[in-house]
Design a protein around this ligand. Structure first.
Ligand code: PRP
Length: 456
């Protein structure tokens, strides 16, 4: 049983001295850079009215906000972003523009809150109010580069998008050459939060699994709080910067592909062999218990892991690529990009039951994939109870624990042998090549080379 006296809530943790000192050091060097640029610090409450985030350009999905009720019965949230309350300050407390503000405070979000995902995210950022047009954009981009360099991040680039390439080039023309060198045009880039009205940008750094900084122009937001003032800003994602690390582990870096152990491994090795990558002898050696295998004469290592862990290593940036079944992707989700359908490992998700059961009669479903099962029946408009079973789920209807199962079906022989039959197909499943979104940008050349050789 969880001991609430000694555990912190999921998504939070105590920081000891080393981590605290690193965080304070990073925040104070960023604060110094911002202050030298003429920015002044503001702080906003950790508690805000839910309504603040319910404006027309609502940036945060309500389900991702930590909500609680105030003494007056009003719905409150733990601050889910910084630009919104600071836009309120600009609208209600500032009269002289342009105005330059900075902050160092956390935001709280429940998004993607799997075990290990933090719901308290440190941000240190700036907002420039009252300068419309590209001069303001250029000031902010220059400061973003200075902030990352000052934070000790060396290998990074900034993707710039949200406008046509010709417009973005006009902004780049206002930057000095040193700063411009960090920019990469990505006109189609968009941000998660939808209040941006002009250029948007995101920085990716070597060794970080996610973006380390993001920002853009949001000229309409301040107007929502009563004063029409153009605005542009960015936030440094403090936690991402603090966790930047170089891969270590004896494989000398290079490209790491996490491959699901078991059924998909042989097909993955065959695919790589067809692409001209020799099979590491150590993988076939049953006595070899190593989990990382270097492909001879290449800069690629294979990391053997369980399916769920393939996604974990990929989304945390420990492996740039992964091979995993769509079944696990659908069940677990993950902040990874699906690059290719590798075709092998083909099977399907299906609902199966004992012979006389019809789909409309199903009330209790057993599955190793409770999210897939729940989503399927929700789409059917059916209200079912889902029981999580860890393996040999065919037993559940036989033993009277469930009316039906949702499971992967390949040849159908397991179902047949146990007197079950498919009563509805859910979706097709096969192996997928996935990538860490940041790695896809940082290791573009190495990944493109691999992709061009893979014959799928
Ligand atoms: C999967 C699945 C079915 C079986 C389907 O189980 O859960 O039991 O394969 O394959 P078939 O249609 O070719 O018979 P797996 O072998 O992965 O074992 P598990 O049930 O212990 O996870």
């Amino acid at each position: 049983m969880k001991n609430y006296l000694v555990n912190t809530p999921e998504g939070t943790h105590d920081s000891l001295w080393d981590e605290s000192a690193a965080r304070r050091g990073l925040e104070s060097s960023l604060a110094g850079i911002f202050e030298r640029g003429g920015y002044r610090e503001v702080r906003t409450p950790v508690l805000e009215y839910y309504e603040l985030y319910q404006i027309a350009r609502n940036p945060i999905p309500p389900d991702n906000m930590v909500k609680l009720t105030g003494r007056d019965g009003k719905l409150l949230v733990l601050r889910p972003d910084n630009s919104t309350p600071i836009a309120r300050i600009a609208a209600t407390r500032i009269t002289d523009f342009p105005c330059r503000l900075y902050y160092a405070q956390s935001v709280y979000r429940l998004a993607g809150n799997r075990r290990g995902d933090s719901c308290e995210l440190g941000q240190c950022g700036v907002e420039l109010f009252g300068i419309a047009g590209y001069e303001g954009d250029a000031e902010i981009l220059t400061l973003a580069v200075r902030a990352l360099l000052g934070a000790g991040v060396c290998d990074f680039h900034i993707e710039l998008g949200g406008l046509a390439a010709a417009e973005l080039n006009k902004i780049i023309a206002l930057l000095d050459t040193g700063t411009a060198a960090y920019m990469r045009l990505e006109p189609s880039l968009t941000q998660e939060i939808d209040y941006y009205t002009g250029m948007v940008f995101r920085a990716y750094a070597d060794g970080a699994g996610k973006a380390v900084l993001a920002g853009g122009r949001y000229d309409k937001l301040v107007g929502d709080y009563g004063r029409d003032v153009p605005a542009v800003g960015f936030a440094v994602y403090v936690d991402e910067v603090l966790t930047i690390r170089k891969p270590s582990g004896g494989d000398g870096g290079g490209l790491r592909i996490a491959v699901t152990k078991g059924r998909l491994l042989d097909d993955t090795l065959d695919l790589l062999a067809k692409a001209g990558y020799a099979k590491p002898a150590s993988v076939s050696d049953k006595g070899d218990r190593r989990l990382i295998h270097k492909i001879p004469d290449s800069n690629i290592s294979l990391v053997l892991a369980k399916a769920e862990d393939v996604i974990t290593y990929c989304e945390r940036g420990a492996c740039q690529l992964g091979v995993v079944g769509r079944d696990t992707l659908l069940e677990r989700g993950g902040e990874v990009l699906e690059l290719r359908d590798l075709s092998y490992g083909a099977c399907k998700f299906a609902v199966a039951a004992l012979n006389s059961t019809e789909l409309k009669d199903v009330r209790v479903v057993a599955s190793k994939y409770p999210n897939v099962a729940r989503n399927f029946f929700m789409e059917q408009g059916a209200d079912v109870d889902v029981i999580k079973i860890d393996g040999s789920v065919e037993l559940a209807p036989i033993l009277g624990v469930a009316d039906a199962i949702v499971d992967i079906v390949q040849t159908g022989s397991t179902l047949k042998a146990n007197g079950l039959q498919v009563i509805a197909d859910v979706c097709a499943v096969s192996a997928r090549l996935i990538a860490n979104p940041a790695a896809l940008r940082l290791c573009k050349d190495a990944i493109s080379e691999l992709l061009s050789k893979l014959a799928v």
